[in-house]
Design a protein around this ligand. Structure first.
Ligand SMILES: Cc1cc2nc3c(=O)[nH]c(=O)nc-3n(C[C@H](O)[C@H](O)[C@H](O)COP(=O)(O)OP(=O)(O)OC[C@H]3O[C@@H](n4cnc5c(N)ncnc54)[C@H](O)[C@@H]3O)c2cc1C
Length: 474
């Protein structure tokens, strides 16, 4: 019997697989999606959307107001995300600590986990000389309007920008293995240490049998069952909530299951210019807002662009008007605004297993979105855009909550040792445990929480440094 069965291979599952195998545990990793690598990633945006994401690209909220995006492939969303890595600031940790009463939610105690990741992850800013025009205009507009900005730190190795690489393709999987996804950084090492891997294995429900756990699912149409001493749920906000809701003997003890769903609702705004901008060329993103006032207002701004199919979906209008805007593709800049939303959403699962994600917006959420729109409009005009185009369709790329962490089993699902309340054989440390939206990019903190949780799984105290360094032979 394996020590651990890990469900999901994304930011958390892949990281935990690396940590547990390095700590000497035997593991089996189950992933619903297919395995691709740099040689086999789908060749274009359309095929990438259908092959690498749940729902064939997009799932929508109950009222279809928001589109939700999450990766479904070996490496999970770490393969298709933008790899921006932020440490949470005091504002985020204080909000979490005040809400949950969990003491280690503070910059000081989380620092050792971030530091470990810093030492073992290739990451850094895009060199100034490689900024594309989209990034340069972002910086210009911030300087003119008096907002503060900073270079984005991206978890990537050598993207070969000096050789003219266009990084937008990496949203469909990095063809250079530069992006530090779990597919590149964690899973190969865990495999070398003997971890078993099953892909195209979608878990339906789990059972806690006190001295072991059982995981039931389907692999390429065949029913499968896996037994291990302990289980790690790393299927993300939607994945974990769905599995636990369908695990009826556990769900009945978890009144908070499916609550606290939040997603950093985000909208794209475009500026149109007379000269080509070619925002799709070079590094995908280089800069983001770093402005205390915007942070306190719950508004997050990034310099990012989308491929032609995604841009066609984002741009408003129909027929001639849409055609007119699409013809401007090379002449567009874009700024994405996202908000630190209230965790009022709910994730439900129908009897047939369909996920229904309700994402209401509070008055305060709406005020933040209004502010985001105002600021981005101001910025586009300041940079000299001839036309500013707002997109009506909102998106959630940071799916969080559903299994919130906390001390009270009535209002949370996971305890401060990352165990499911009442079911200590099951651990969770991924985006589903977020009790609140941090208003910052989540994945670096998911990694840090996963490192910390792995120590609990291995029966070590969080401060024990027995897990040496990721990357080395241990
Ligand atoms: C396009 C995009 C860009 C993003 N850019 C950034 C960024 O730049 N910086 C940042 O910090 N965050 C970014 N994010 C968000 C970030 O990637 C996620 O918050 C993060 O990946 C969540 O980690 P996770 O481990 O919880 O889930 P995931 O990484 O999504 O992993 C969950 C895994 O579990 C698998 N799974 C789910 N259900 C089952 C099941 N029933 N059986 C088996 N397997 C299952 C999934 O297929 C998936 O592989 C981005 C997200 C998207 C969509």
């Amino acid at each position: 019997m394996h020590d651990f069965v890990i469900i999901g291979s994304g930011v958390s599952g892949g990281r935990i697989a690396d940590e547990l195998t390095a700590g000497g545990a035997t593991c089996i990793l189950l992933e619903a999606g297919q395995a691709y690598d740099r040689r086999s990633f789908p060749p274009n945006e359309f095929r990438g959307s259908t092959a690498l994401f749940w729902g064939g690209g997009i799932e929508v909220s109950k009222d279809a107001r928001f589109g939700f995006i999450r990766g479904k492939c070996l490496g999970g969303t770490s393969v298709v995300n933008q790899a921006d890595v932020d440490r949470f600031d005091d504002f985020a940790w204080d909000t979490w600590r005040d809400h949950t009463g969990i003491d280690f939610f503070n910059s000081g105690q989380m620092a050792e986990h971030y530091d470990l990741l810093d030492r073992n992850t290739a990451k850094g800013p895009i060199p100034l000389e490689h900024y594309n025009r989209n990034a340069k205009l972002f910086v210009e507009s911030f300087n003119k309007c008096g907002y503060h900005w900073q270079p984005i730190i991206r978890a990537q190795d050598d993207c070969r920008h000096d050789q003219g690489s266009d990084c937008i393709v990496c949203l469909g999987g990095c063809p250079r293995d530069a992006k530090q996804s779990t597919l590149v950084q964690c899973i190969p090492k865990a495999r070398e240490r003997g971890m078993e891997l099953e892909v195209e294995f979608e878990v339906d429900f789990v059972e806690d049998h006190q001295d072991h756990v059982r995981v039931m699912g389907r692999q390429r149409g065949m029913e499968r069952s896996i037994v291990a001493r302990k289980g790690v749920l790393a299927g993300g906000a939607f994945g974990n909530t769905r599995i636990l809701k369908r695990s009826t003997s556990m769900a009945k003890d978890l009144p908070a299951l499916g609550t606290a769903f939040c997603c950093h609702p985000q909208f794209m705004t475009f500026g149109a210019y007379d000269e080509p901008v070619d925002a799709h060329k070079g590094p995908l993103q280089s800069v983001q807002a770093h402005d205390d006032s915007l942070r306190r207002q719950g508004v997050k701004l990034e310099n990012v662009f989308a491929g032609p199919i995604a841009t066609a979906m984002l741009l408003p209008g129909f027929g001639r008007e849409h055609h007119r805007l699409m013809r401007k593709f090379r002449y567009l800049t874009s700024i994405e605004y996202a908000t630190m939303d209230e965790p009022l959403g709910k994730i439900e699962v129908t009897k047939s297993g369909k996920i229904i994600a309700d994402k209401p917006l509070s008055a305060s959420d709406k005020a933040k979105l209004k502010r985001g729109l105002e600021v981005t409009t101001e910025l586009h005009h300041a940079a000299g855009a001839k036309e500013v185009i707002h997109c009506d369709q909102g998106f959630g790329l940071h799916l969080m909550g559903g299994c919130p962490i906390g001390l009270d089993a009535k209002t949370s699902v996971v305890n401060s040792d990352f165990q499911v309340h009442g079911h200590p054989n099951f651990f969770i440390a991924d985006s589903s445990i977020f009790p609140r939206a941090p208003g910052l990019n989540p994945s670096f903190s998911i990694m840090a929480l996963s490192v910390r949780a792995s120590r609990h799984m291995l029966g070590k105290r969080p401060s024990e440094r027995s897990i040496v360094a990721m990357g080395g032979a241990r």
